[in-house]
Design a protein around this ligand. Structure first.
Ligand code: S3P
Length: 169
């Protein structure tokens, strides 16, 4: 089984994905890290030098040209399912899970995060919540194409595994 975790920045894709993979003997793949390896630079550097449109093309190319191993968990970047035919492509390759978290909870997690996210760099506090709410509105139609939607509040790797096992019955 190939499990694609999708959802907004800060929803927990990487943390949950790593635990889900290690507990079940799956390979964990972080799509953002794979992009950084191909680009030879960090995502913030890539955005700064080439802009978002070029990043989205690279993101699509890396996603759709990677031969993800059997029994893997792939944490995708928050925008990945929302460009080109990426979500439809992921749906043909494995099980897609949208980890849904409300804007205020995302904002509080993201304000504590050390990682730099170019899309959010100009916002904090109430403006960050508003920005996330607006972006989530735009993106939700893509996220909702996932085969499974799981609430990210109180979600852990064990619960996620149970949800996946139930889905595959
Ligand atoms: C982005 C999310 C990031 C990364 C890039 C753009 C987005 O990934 O791909 O900074 O547009 O939502 P995470 O969701 O892992 O932070």
């Amino acid at each position: 089984m190939k499990v694609f975790l999708i959802g907004f920045m800060g929803c927990g894709k990487t943390t949950l994905g790593k635990k889900l993979a290690s507990k079940n003997g799956f390979t964990f793949i972080d799509l953002d890290k794979a992009i950084e390896q191909v680009a030879g630079k960090t995502i913030p550097q890539y955005f700064a030098e080439h802009g978002e449109a070029a990043f989205r093309e690279l993101e699509r190319d890396v996603l759709q040209s990677t031969d993800f191993p059997h029994n893997s968990v792939i944490a995708t970047g928050g925008g990945a399912p929302c460009y080109f035919d990426n979500i439809d492509w992921m749906n043909t390759q494995g099980v897609t899970v949208y980890i849904a978290v409300p804007p205020a909870a995302l904002a509080s997690r993201l304000e504590k995060a050390e990682e730099v996210r170019p899309v959010l760099k100009d916002y904090k506090g109430e403006a960050l919540i508003q920005f996330i709410a607006g972006k989530l509105d735009e993106r939700e139609a893509f996220y909702r194409k996932a085969q499974i939607t799981a609430s990210g509040l109180g979600l852990n790797a064990e619960k996620l595994w149970t949800i996946l096992s139930d889905y595959r019955k």
